[in-house]
Design a binder for this molecule. Structure first.
Ligand code: 13P
Length: 248
C-alpha cells in the first residue's frame, strides 16, 4: 500500500504574515492525517517554512532547482542550497516552467538528477496540453517526458522520486480531469515504469494535479493509481488544503 502524499504548490504567492498563518494552521492540523502533507514554497520563504514546520509532520520543499551544482549562474538556486534549508521535495518540470521558461525534457532530466544527487526527492511533473489531448497524443507526450528522465537517471532512480500527472488544461482552470481520465494516464505511467522495474513501479507515488479542490479530492484519490495530489490554488487557503489532506 502506497502512502498518500498531498503537496501544495504555492507558485508565486504569499507574504511573511499570510505564510505564518497558513503554515501554522497546516502544522497544527497535520498530526491527525495518515497521509503525508508537504508545501512547496517560493525560495525566499524556505527559512520561514523550516522555522515553522521543523519537528512537525509537514514536509517542505521548493518549486524549482538549478541543474548545476554551483557557479556563475545568476539568479539560480542549487540543490545543495535547498538541502541547507532541510527541504525534502523539489518540483521539477512543472508545466509553467516548461511553457513560460522554455524548460526542455533534457533540462528537466538534468534538474531531476541534480536534485537526487543532493538527496532531495524530486517531484517530476508531466502532462499534456489541451491541443495534445485533442490530438489524442496524451500517452505519447507523457511517455516522452518520463522517458527523457529515465534515459538520464535510470529507472531505479524513480524509487527515490515522486511523479505528478498534471494535465495542462486542468491547471488553474477549474476544469479537473475526471477520476477515470486521470486514472488512465496514471496507469499508463505506472505501466511504463514497470517495463523497467516492476517493484519500483509498484512503490512510486503518482500524484494528480489540476484544479484539485476539497469537493473532488476524495473521488480522485480513490482511484487505484492516484496516490495523492499536487495542489495549486487550494493550497493557499488553510481550510481547503487541510480538507484535501484529510481526503487522502
Ligand atoms: P491548480 O490546483 O491551481 O489547478 O494548480 C495545479 C498545479 O499546477 C499544481 O502544481
Amino acid at each position: 500500500m502506497r502512502t498518500k502524499l498531498v503537496a501544495g504548490n504555492w507558485k508565486m504567492h504569499g507574504n511573511l504574515a499570510a505564510n505564518e498563518r497558513l503554515l501554522t494552521s497546516i502544522r497544527d492540523a497535520a498530526g491527525a492525517f495518515s497521509s503525508i502533507c508537504a508545501v512547496c514554497v517560493p525560495f525566499p520563504y524556505l527559512a520561514q517554512a523550516q522555522a515553522v514546520l521543523a519537528g512537525s509532520k509537514v514536509a517542505w520543499g521548493a518549486q524549482n532547482v538549478s541543474e548545476h551544482a554551483q557557479g556563475a549562474y545568476t539568479g539560480e538556486v542549487s540543490a545543495a542550497m535547498l538541502v541547507e534549508f532541510s527541504c525534502r521535495y523539489v518540483l521539477v518540470g512543472h508545466s509553467e516552467r516548461r511553457s513560460l521558461y522554455g524548460e526542455s525534457d533534457t533540462l528537466v532530466a538534468d534538474k531531476f538528477v541534480a536534485a537526487l544527487q543532493a538527496g532531495l526527492t524530486p517531484v517530476l511533473c508531466v502532462g499534456e496540453t489541451l491541443a495534445e489531448r485533442e490530438a489524442d497524443i496524451t500517452g505519447a507526450v507523457v511517455t516522452r517526458q518520463l522517458e527523457a528522465v529515465i534515459a538520464k537517471s535510470g529507472v531505479a532512480a524513480l524509487g527515490r522520486a515522486v511523479l505528478a500527472y498534471e494535465p495542462v488544461w486542468a491547471i488553474g482552470t477549474g476544469k479537473t480531469a475526471t477520476p477515470q481520465q486521470a486514472q488512465d494516464v496514471h496507469a499508463l505511467i505506472r505501466t511504463r515504469v514497470a517495463a523497467g522495474d516492476v517493484a519500483i513501479a509498484q512503490g512510486v507515488q503518482i500524484l494528480y494535479g489540476g484544479s484539485v479542490k476539497a469537493g473532488n479530492a476524495q473521488e480522485l484519490f480513490a482511484m487505484p493509481d492516484i496516490d495523492g495530489g499536487l495542489i495549486g490554488g487550494a493550497s493557499l487557503v488553510a481550510e481547503d488544503f487541510l480538507a484535501i489532506c484529510a481526503a487522502a
